[in-house]
Design a protein around this ligand. Sequence first.
Ligand code: NAI
Ligand code: 15L
Length: 266
Amino acid sequence: MILLTGASGRLGAVLARDLAVSGFALRLTDLKPYPGALPPGAEFEAADLADADAFVRMAEGCRAILHFGGIPNDNPGFAKIAAANVTGMHTIYEAARLSGARVIFASSNHTVGFHERAQRLSITEPTRPDGFYGLSKVYGEQMGRLYWDKHGVESVNIRIGSCCPEPTDARMLSTWLSPADLARLCAAAISVPRTGWALVWGASANPATFWGEDDRALIGWQPHDSAERWRDALAGKTNGDPVAERFQGGVFAARGYSQKSSETAP
Ligand code: NAI
Ligand code: 15L
């Protein structure tokens, strides 16, 4: 059995459908009702990440928790991000510790959003979050590190780029992750015998990528898709904001930016 949080969201609903087709038995959960008919063999229970007991119960008998629930941007502000994405990680990791499940965590490229676009990052580069949302994802990755070192809870932390049916602007020529590549990555992350604490860039095989070395060989995953066939249509579709265009995080980095000097410290 696999527990999938955020099952009613954009990525959760895609994963629920694709993983059910691949034969995984799914326990789905979200604050919101599941949109439409449940995939074959799946069950659904509504729960808030604030309800730690509900997650301990739902994780019982699960070999993996795919954690895709939470706030996916900076819009609601610090307090709400902290409740869902920081306290919520404690809910998930305590449930994983008690059930013995592996966590597969939807982290984000916004953990490193203040790196310049010209850089090609490996996972050993320092994090440079571009907002409280990105910072909450750094916390989530490090919560996994703590639970691995202290309790032996395994996790695969996926720094997702931009996961949507097609890339829609020039930045996504670098950051796009096809939903099919995401589903294959999650299936591999569930199935591989050992992961320890692993960190993977969640992007398709985009030649314009910002990201390099990671733990994908450990997971046994390679992306199949690429944003490159949209290059002619999207190369000129830039944001116009110099801060958004300079940094990997794009508009997330530019939101509320008030650095006065022309150079951000290296
Ligand atoms: P979404 O907003 O469509 O889905 C998130 C789901 O989490 C929603 O259905 C929401 O009801 C649920 N949720 C929010 N707060 C909750 C709480 N307190 N308790 C229980 N459920 C709660 O977002 P999306 O795009 O599907 O993203 C899923 C995950 O992937 C998020 O964690 C996001 O940060 C991450 N991610 C997504 C990327 C993308 O390109 N879509 C890129 C990078 C990371
Ligand atoms: C994210 O982390 C967001 O959840 C998603 O909505 C996209 O904006 C994505 O990053 C991105 O950077 O394109």
